[in-house]
Write a protein that binds this ligand. Structure first.
Ligand code: GCW
Length: 682
C-alpha cells in the first residue's frame, strides 16, 4: 500500500474485466532516436509499465528509429524532429515549447512532442486515457498556457520543511543532500505527468550552505534524478551569502567583489547542473536580507542574479512578497496589502528580461479568500508569474479536506479590466497575452515530504494534480480534473466517484464558512502555527493581517476616500466597484470596508448574523463528511479508507471548535446575540 501511495495517480491499476474487453492498444512501442535517461526514453519505459499495469499486456519497446517497422501497429513516441526523420506522415498542427500531438486514430498511436518533454507529456496523456478505460479515437495537439510551470519546495537544509505537513524532506538532511534519491526520482515522475517543468528545491528562507561545493555536487545528483522526467531544478538564494558564506564584508549588489562572487557561484552551479532552470529570491521580506540595506532597489537586486544567469539562459523568479512586518496598527491608513504595490509598481521595466516577478495570488498571504493582487495589472513591461499554495498552510494543514481549485478559480477567472479591456488573470495575463510577454506562468508551494502519501493525507493529492493541469490550461474544469484524479487514484466505482466529487466540491466553501468569511481572512493563529481559530491574533501587532474588529464594527477600510487606498490600485472599473460598499461583492465586503456588525448584506442578513449562520453551515457540512465517507467501506482498500476516515472525523470535530470559537469571539465583541438563539450568554 505504501508503494501505491507513492504512485499517487499513476497507479496503473488493472481495468475491470468489462472494460478490458474494449481495450485496443498496439503491442509494440517505438521510442524514437533517444538516449538513455532522456525523457523520450523514459516515455517508452513508462508506456510499457502503464500498459502492463492497466491491461496486463507486455509490450516490447525499441529505442531507435523506425527500422522498417512503419505500417506495423505500434505506439510511436518522439520529438517532431525525430518523427519527421523517421518519415512520419501526419500533418501536425503547430506545437509550442513542451506541446504535443496525440493521435490514436487507426491502428497505431502517435505521440509527437515539440521537444522530448512534450513527447513524455503526451505519453502520460495517453496513459491517463487508457487507465480510465478510454480507448476512443482522438487526434489533437495541445500547448501549454505558459512556459513557467514550477514547484517550490520550502525544504530546509536540516531536513525540516517550513509549512510542510508530510514529514521530513526528500531532498536534504543534516545540511547535505540525502544519499538515496529514489523519492526525488518518484516525485519528478508525478510532476512530469502533470506537466510541471521546473522545481526550486530549497526554502525561500534560504540557507547559504546550499552553495557549498559538496552541496553543489549534491544538487547535480538531484538534477540527474529529475532530468529523465523533463523536470529541471533551480535553487533559492540568500541575498547575504557573499558575506555569510563567502566571507566578503558586504553583499551590496553594486559591489564588484559581490558581483564576481555571484558570477563564480553561478558558473560553478552550472558545472554541476548544466540545465539549471534558475534562481528564486525572497529579499527584504520577513527579515530576509536584500538590496534595500544598501539603498539599492529590488530591481538592482534581481538584476544582479539575472546577469549572472544570462549566459546560461536561466531565469530569476523574484518574489513580490515584500512588506513591512512591523507596521503600526495604530495608523488607520497603514496596509500590508499595499506593500507589494509600493515596492514594485515604479520598478516596471527596470528588470532584466530574464527576471520574473512571482506574485502570491492575493495581496496578503494565501488567505481563504482574497481578491487578486493588483500587481498583476501593473507590470506591462516585466514578466510575472502567480504563486499558489498546494500545501494547506491556511487551509487546515492537510487535517481538513479542502479541494483548492475553486479558490484558485476566483483568481484565475478574474477579469482585471486592464485599460478597460478583457484581461482575465489566467488566460490573458499569466498566458502572457495581455502584455505580450514570452516569460510568464505559475509556481506552487507544494512541500511534499517523506510520508508515503507525499502530502500527509490521500485526498490532498487532488490539489497537486489539479495544480499542474491548471498551469497547463487554466480553463480546465474543476469537477473534471477531480473525476480524472479520482478514477486514477481510486478506480471506477460510481459511488466513490460521486462521494469524493461531492465532498471535495463543497469543501472549500465550507472551510471558508467556518474559518473566516466575507473577506475577513482565515481567522487562524497568525502569530503561531497558522492552525486553529485565533481571531484575536490578527489585530494589535505588526503583521498587518488586521480585521479592525471593535464593539461596533469590523473590516479593513481599503477605500480611497476614507481608507488605505488599496482599492485604488486596481484598474479603474474594478477600483470603482471596490470603492463602495454597495458594489463590493459580499464575499469581499470586509476585505475592502469597515462596517457596523448590523450592516446588511446583499442577501438581506446582517454581517454578524451571517457570521453566525455561515459558521454553523460550514461546520454542518464538515460534520457530514465522515458518514459520506463511511458509506464507501469495502469500495476502496482498507488502509486508505481508514486513514481518510480518521482525518474526516477529526475535521468534523475541529470544524465545531472553529465555529464556536469564532462565533463566541464576535458575540463577545459585539454583544449582539444570534437571532436563531445558538450564540449568546447562556
Ligand atoms: O505565509 C508566510 C509563511 C512563511 C513563509 C512566507 C513566505 C517561507 O507563513 O512560512 O516563509 O509566507 O511566503 O515567504
Amino acid at each position: 500500500a505504501a508503494e501505491d501511495g507513492l504512485n499517487g495517480w499513476l497507479r496503473y491499476a488493472r481495468l475491470p474485466r468489462g472494460m478490458l474487453r474494449h481495450a485496443k492498444v498496439p503491442t509494440h512501442i517505438i521510442a524514437l532516436n533517444t538516449s538513455q535517461a532522456s525523457p523520450v526514453f523514459t516515455a517508452g519505459k513508462e508506456l510499457q509499465k502503464g500498459i502492463q499495469g492497466v491491461l496486463g499486456q507486455n509490450p516490447e519497446v525499441t529505442y531507435e528509429g523506425l527500422h522498417g517497422r512503419q505500417g506495423e501497429s505500434s505506439i510511436l513516441v518522439g520529438t517532431i524532429e525525430a518523427y519527421a526523420d523517421a518519415g512520419g506522415a501526419a500533418d501536425i498542427p503547430e506545437l509550442e515549447e513542451d506541446g504535443f500531438w496525440l493521435n490514436t486514430e487507426g491502428d497505431s498511436v502517435e505521440i509527437v512532442g515539440q521537444n522530448e518533454r512534450g513527447a513524455l507529456y503526451g505519453a502520460f496523456e495517453y496513459l491517463s486515457m487508457i487507465a480510465q478505460g478510454n480507448f476512443s479515437e482522438v487526434a489533437y495537439a495541445t500547448n501549454p498556457s505558459a512556459p513557467i510551470r514550477w514547484i517550490n519546495q520550502w525544504d530546509n537544509m536540516d531536513g525540516t520543511i517550513e509549512r510542510g505537513y508530510a514529514g521530513l524532506s526528500i531532498f536534504f538532511e543534516n545540511n547535505v543532500i540525502v544519499s538515496n534519491l529514489t523519492r526525488v526520482y518518484e516525485y519528478a515522475r508525478l510532476l512530469s505527468s502533470i506537466r510541471v517543468n521546473g522545481i526550486i528545491v530549497n526554502n525561500v528562507n534560504a540557507n547559504p550552505i546550499l552553495l557549498s561545493l559538496e552541496n553543489m555536487a549534491g544538487l547535480g545528483r538531484i538534477a540527474d534524478a529529475m532530468r529523465p522526467w523533463g523536470v529541471r531544478i533551480g535553487v533559492s538564494l540568500n541575498f547575504a551569502s557573499p558575506q555569510t558564506l563567502g566571507g566578503l564584508d558586504t553583499y551590496d549588489p553594486f559591489d564588484k567583489s559581490v558581483i564576481a562572487w555571484w558570477t563564480d557561484i553561478t558558473d560553478k552551479l552550472y558545472e554541476h547542473v548544466p540545465d539549471m532552470v534558475g534562481y528564486l529570491v525572497k529579499a527584504n521580506s520577513e527579515g530576509q536580507p536584500g538590496p534595500l540595506t544598501y539603498n539599492r532597489t529590488l530591481a538592482d537586486g534581481a538584476n544582479l542574479f539575472a546577469k549572472a544567469l544570462q549566459p546560461y539562459g536561466g531565469i530569476v523568479m523574484f518574489r513580490a512578497f515584500v512588506y513591512d512586518h512591523h507596521l503600526s496598527h495604530e495608523n488607520w491608513y497603514n496596509d500590508r496589502a499595499n506593500g507589494q504595490m509600493e515596492f514594485f509598481k515604479d520598478l516596471d521595466g527596470a528588470f532584466e528580461d530574464n527576471v520574473v516577478i512571482q506574485i502570491k495570488y492575493g495581496p496578503i498571504d494565501f488567505q481563504v479568500r482574497e481578491p487578486p493582487s493588483p500587481l498583476f495589472a501593473h507590470l506591462p513591461n516585466t514578466a510575472s508569474a502567480i504563486e499558489l499554495q498546494v500545501t494547506q498552510e491556511y487551509y487546515g494543514q492537510q487535517c481538513h479536506l479542502v479541494y483548492i481549485p475553486p479558490l484558485w478559480r476566483t483568481i484565475l477567472d478574474y477579469d482585471l479590466r486592464v485599460d478597460g479591456q478583457k484581461s482575465v488573470v489566467g488566460t490573458d495575463i499569466l498566458s502572457g497575452k495581455t502584455f505580450n510577454k514570452k516569460l510568464s506562468g505559475y509556481a506552487a508551494v507544494v512541500n511534499v515530504g517523506l510520508n508515503t502519501t507525499w502530502l500527509g493525507t490521500h485526498l490532498a493529492m487532488s490539489n497537486l494534480y489539479a495544480y499542474g493541469r491548471l498551469a497547463w490550461d487554466p480553463t480546465n474544469d474543476d469537477v473534471r480534473m477531480l473525476e480524472d484524479w479520482t478514477r486514477l487514484t481510486f478506480g471506477f466505482d460510481e459511488t466513490v466517484l460521486e462521494t469524493i466529487t461531492k465532498m471535495s466540491m463543497v469543501s472549500w466553501p465550507a472551510y471558508e464558512n467556518y474559518t473566516g468569511n466575507l473577506g475577513i481572512q482565515t481567522l487562524t493563529d497568525i502569530t503561531g502555527p497558522h492552525y486553529g481559530p485565533n481571531p484575536a491574533s490578527h489585530d494589535g501587532n505588526g503583521w498587518g493581517m488586521w480585521t479592525r474588529a471593535n464593539e461596533h464594527s469590523i473590516g479593513m477600510d481599503r477605500t480611497v476616500w476614507n481608507g488605505t487606498g488599496n482599492a485604488g490600485y486596481y484598474p479603474p472599473e474594478i477600483a470603482a466597484m471596490y470603492e463602495k460598499v454597495e458594489t463590493t461583492p459580499d464575499e469581499l465586503l470586509l476585505w475592502f470596508h469597515h462596517v457596523p456588525y448590523t450592516q446588511r448584506l446583499k442577501n438581506g442578513n446582517t454581517v454578524i448574523q451571517h457570521f453566525y449562520d455561515a459558521h454553523y453551515a460550514g461546520a454542518e457540512t464538515a460534520f457530514g463528511f465522515p458518514a459520506q465517507w463511511a458509506a464507501l467501506e469495502g469500495k476502496i482498500d482498507r488502509q486508505r479508507f481508514e486513514e481518510t476516515l480518521f482525518r474526516l472525523e477529526y475535521q468534523a470535530g475541529h470544524a465545531i471548535v472553529w465555529r464556536d470559537a469564532i462565533n463566541q469571539f464576535y458575540f463577545n465583541k459585539s454583544s449582539i446575540p444570534d437571532a436563531r438563539g445558538r450564540v449568546g450568554n447562556y
